[in-house]
Design a protein around this ligand. Sequence first.
Ligand code: F6P
Length: 376
Amino acid sequence: MSANKKKILINTGGGDAPGLNGVIRSATLAALERGWEVWGIKHGYRGMFESDGLLRLDRDAVRGIAHLGGTVLGTANRGDPFYFPTHVTGQSKAIPTDRADELVERFKSGGFDALIAIGGDGSMTIANKLMERGLPMIVGVPKTIDNDVAGTDVTFGYDTAVSIATEALDRLHTTTESHERVMVVEVMGRHAGWIAIASGLAGGADAILIPEIDFRSERVAQKILQRERRGRRFSIIVVAEGANPLGGDVAVKAEGDEFRRAPVLGGIAERLASELGRLTGKETRSIVLGHLLRGGHPSSADRLLALRFGVAAVSEIAGGDQSGMVAMKGGEVRLVPIEEAAGKTRTVPTDRGILLSARELGICFGDEPESSFATS
Ligand code: F6P
């Protein structure tokens, strides 16, 4: 390709998030406006190893998709090219295989100039390693409902997840109050409590348990009983899937695997509900919001963020050959080094911001001194 006319490739990797299609659309349109050629990889990096695994993205391919959830390219959680599941003749089970060189070779032989890698911390780690293997230019775009990517103030997908969780809490409030029950609501987020704290605060939870603060069930039970003494005979507890009981373990549904698939978290709400029932004598129920938080239309805030990130990624590619990740910093989109995000987790600060506001409101985090529940 000439210095001005570029050929770019777009990848969506890891768990999907509302807004992915917005990035695909805006990056494609911005690139087409410059006269470039755009392709997408189907099903995460898998498409790089399949003969028909690349999809030409023209105006028709991205028409009317910005408001749709999911990704038109498809994605995969077992798609790390350095540990790619590969079937070897004579073996029934796939084995993890380093196919990064093959990927870089296909990129170069296809005449591509740059890759837009839309993903979370895992995808940024892969991007970093691909550059070390010779992939000339990568611009990362931070995606995840968990909002835990370092180097950016926010990721797209998060606002939608918080809105869905908040609406669920509103609905659970009415039925929980009618029955004078305790409702324990589990939300996704992996090892960061962003979704839990934001939705819990917006949705009026009485206790919010997050991975950043080890909790004691006894304290949560005391909060419930304190509310009873105040005439509030129901309570809503939001628990992040990665929350940790003091001296206990995070609830894991399935261990990680040799393909670098992270452990699947989940189950803490059910465990906690039975413990709170025992400690308070109250009828308790649990619910896991799970993938509901990831599905469906992106919120308008996520659409806008996705569109801005897509455009920014293309203008970074146009501007030179400096790889990086587009990030939102203090209201401005800018490029940060991919290493700022690779392999890191941005957690909720416990000494400032939203967490302190929640504490001021008397929301329980399960780490309060026992004396704080002594009086009515
Ligand atoms: O990272 C996004 C996320 O939805 C996490 O909140 C959750 O732990 C994980 O993905 C679930 O992954 P999967 O859809 O593969 O079960």
